[in-house]
Every structure is written in structure tokens, then in C-alpha cells.
Design a protein around this ligand. Structure first.
Ligand code: ADP
Ligand code: MG
Length: 358
């Protein structure tokens, strides 16, 4: 197990990068504590796999360093780093049986037969593949192949870190849910450092103690699921996490207040000194309520999503969503919107620009 430090990492796939747009990773500095469960979350193409492959040693970064327990491993091969990596698509030996596939990483390291048998049985049970152990891998369905691939990543208990790169892509939805909770359980049991890459917020938030949110080659926020939900430091995080995401309302700052559609909106606290110009007010749908006073709006759509309703409104030409329980308005109703002050913030150029209230 190891603490992982990424120092001033930058990576370009081009031989002569000239500007920031030539970099798949722009500047990444991260410290991951030993034994944590981490997720790397972001849309397709934001640099997640690039970052993971730099940590595992499949890629050498153009600039910067990777440290395991304060030791520089930037130039070391994956094998020398003692890691396990599970990819998006199964990596298994078709000609071997399931048991041979699962045993392979241990045999390779000279582990004794008794330990191999025990570990393979444990992992097979966890992944519910015990009844397939003597079957040839070639005949397995794609999701069973991927389970074996995950098993190969999990079977060793001496690795520094286990990394998963969108491992559930080929798994059917029902099994996805199950495997996700199994991985979480497994992390809690073995306490090994795990990094889980996904573009799916639910996967990230259920698996990880800490989530690293990436956009366009940069880390925009690192936080617990609660922190990311409650206090996004960037509008991207507000928008990307949540269903629906955070409302973002074009606003102006004047007379010491923030105004949306000529209404002075009460914020969580003071606006950061020096903030000026066009800003947005960010408030999650969970903290928008309908009232007799406040911002005038019209209901455009009401959706029953099971546990609650999503009420979509238009305030002028700005869309504002509210999540509601209990009495639900009708489409077309004229309403007034109230925002919970402690959960209402200002963002300038995308970045959080209010201090939490006292
Ligand atoms: P993600 O895993 O988040 O989808 P990637 O790390 O795969 O993102 O890709 C980040 C960026 O780098 C993308 O613009 C992608 O097109 C580019 N990229 C990825 N791999 C290569 C490669 N081998 N050669 C050139 N460009 C690449
Ligand atoms: Mg990827």
C-alpha cells in the first residue's frame, strides 16, 4: 500500500506542444492518502485514463513526478511499481480456465499453492464465479469475462494500489449495481488504496471516500461526495454532479448584493473581495422552494422521478429547477421562487466567490 503524490504533472501526446490546448493533462497536483478509496470523475476525453496510465506507469508524463510513499517512481515500469490495473475491456487469457486466469498474477510472483487456492476461492466467491472456475475463459459472456478481469486485479494482496478504468462499461445494469457495492465492501475489508475512474457520478459517489473531479485536463475539485454536492467550488462540479445539476442564474453585483432579475438574492455569506463583472448565482434544485414572494417564474414541466418531483420553471429566460415533495404545482402556474440562503452562492468565471456565512 502506498501514499500517492502527483507533482506538477503535465502530459501532451504531441511531440512539440505549444499551448495549453495541446496538453491532455494541464497541471495536476494531488496527494492521495494510503488506503483511501478514490474516484476520478469527469466527462469522456477529460484526461482520466491519461492520468491513470501515468500513475500505473504505462505512460511517462511530459512533465512532473509520480511518488509512491515519497519515492519517485516516474520512470519505473508498471511491474516495478507493484500495482494492479483493471481496464475498460476484459484482459484475460482465453485459452486458460477461470481458475488459471485468477491464479496467474499470484503464480507469477511465486506465491505458494495453498495461498493461491485460498485467495482464488475468496475472490471467486466475492465475484460469484465459483461455479465457473474450471471452465475455459474463451466461452464466457462479456460480463463474466470482465468479472474475471477484475478478479485478476484484486487477487494479489501486496499491491501498492488497485486501479480501475471504467471497469463496469461492459457489465449489465443490474450486475453493475451489485459489483459496485462489492468493490466498496472489498475496499473496506482490505483497506488498500484504490482509484476508480468513471464518467458516471453515481459510480464515483457510491464508491469513493474522495472524488477528484476533472474537466478538460484539469482537476477542478477534490472532495467527499457531500462536499461536492454541498459546496461545489466550480460551476462545472455543480452542474456535473446532481440530478438535475445546480441552477446557474446570470446575476449582477451591486450595492453590496447579488441581483437576479432585479431581485436581491440573499447569499450564504459575503462575496469575495475583488469579485466583479458578470457572475452567476448557483443554487441546487434541492434548495429551491415555491412561495408567495420571491423571484417570479412560470412552471414549464413537472416530472415524477419516484422519490420526489422535479419542477422546471422559467424565470424570465432563465431555466430554474426545483426538487419538491408534497404539494406540486401544475404546468403553466405562475409561482415565486425562494432560494435557501445558506445554500446560495456566487460564482465568478466559474469559480466559487462567496464565503460561507457565520
Ligand atoms: P478520458 O479517459 O477522460 O476519456 P483520455 O485520457 O483518454 O480521456 O484522453 C484525454 C485526451 O487525450 C483526449 O483529447 C484524447 O483524444 C487524447 N488522447 C488520449 N490518448 C491519446 C493517444 N494515445 N494519442 C493521442 N491523443 C490521445
Ligand atoms: Mg478513459
Amino acid at each position: 500500500m502506498a501514499k500517492i503524490t502527483l507533482k506538477n504533472l503535465r502530459h501532451s501526446y504531441m511531440p512539440n506542444p505549444s499551448g495549453p490546448e495541446d496538453y491532455a493533462l494541464k497541471e495536476v497536483d494531488v496527494d492521495w492518502a494510503d488506503g483511501g478509496a478514490y474516484a476520478l470523475l469527469g466527462p469522456s476525453g477529460c484526461g482520466k485514463s491519461t492520468l491513470l496510465n501515468i500513475i500505473s506507469g504505462l505512460l511517462v508524463p511530459s512533465e512532473g513526478h509520480v511518488l509512491f510513499d515519497d519515492q519517485d517512481v516516474t520512470q519505473r515500469t508498471p511491474d516495478q511499481r507493484n500495482i494492479a490495473q483493471v481496464f475498460q475491456f476484459p484482459v484475460i487469457y482465453d485459452t486458460m480456465t477461470v481458475r488459471e486466469n485468477l491464479s496467474f498474477p499470484l503464480k507469477n510472483r511465486g506465491v505458494d499453492a495453498g495461498t493461491i487456492a485460498r485467495r482464488v476461492a475468496e475472490i471467486a466467491e466475492m465475484l460469484e464465479v465459483s461455479d465457473m472456475l474450471d471452465r475455459r475463459a474463451a466461452g464466457l459472456s462479456p460480463d463474466n469475462k470482465q468479472k474475471i478481469s477484475m478478479g485478476r486485479g484484486l487477487v494479489r494482496d501486496d499491491v501498492n494500489v488497485v486501479m480501475f478504468d471504467e471497469p463496469l462499461t461492459v457489465i449489465d445494469p443490474h450486475l453493475k449495481w451489485k459489483l459496485r457495492s462489492k468493490l466498496k465492501e472489498l475496499h473496506q475489508r482490505v483497506g488498500r488504496t484504490m482509484i476508480y475512474v468513471t464518467h458516471d457520478q453515481t459510480e464515483a459517489l457510491t464508491f469513493a471516500d474522495k472524488v477528484v473531479v476533472m474537466q478538460d485536463g484539469e482537476v477542478v475539485q477534490i472532495g467527499t461526495p457531500v462536499e461536492l454536492f454541498e459546496r461545489p467550488t466550480h460551476t462545472f462540479v455543480g452542474h456535473f454532479i446532481g440530478s438535475p445539476g445546480m441552477n446557474l442564474l446570470p446575476a449582477t453585483l451591486r450595492d453590496g448584493g447579488a441581483f437576479f432579475q432585479d431581485q436581491n438574492i440573499t447569499l450564504e455569506g459575503a462575496v469575495t473581495t475583488g469579485t466583479k463583472g458578470a457572475v452567476e448565482i448557483g443554487v441546487r434544485p434541492e434548495f429551491v422552494t415555491l412561495s408567495n414572494s420571491g423571484v417570479p417564474a412560470r412552471v414549464t414541466k413537472v416530472s415524477d422521478v419516484g422519490r420526489h418531483h422535479v419542477v422546471e420553471t422559467m424565470a424570465g429566460d432563465t431555466k430554474v429547477a426545483a426538487i419538491m415533495n408534497g404539494a406540486i404545482p401544475n404546468t403553466g402556474d405562475a409561482v415565486h421562487l425562494q432560494f435557501k440562503p445558506s445554500q446560495t452562492r456566487v460564482y465568478a468565471d466559474g469559480w466559487l466567490a462567496t464565503q460561507p456565512g457565520a
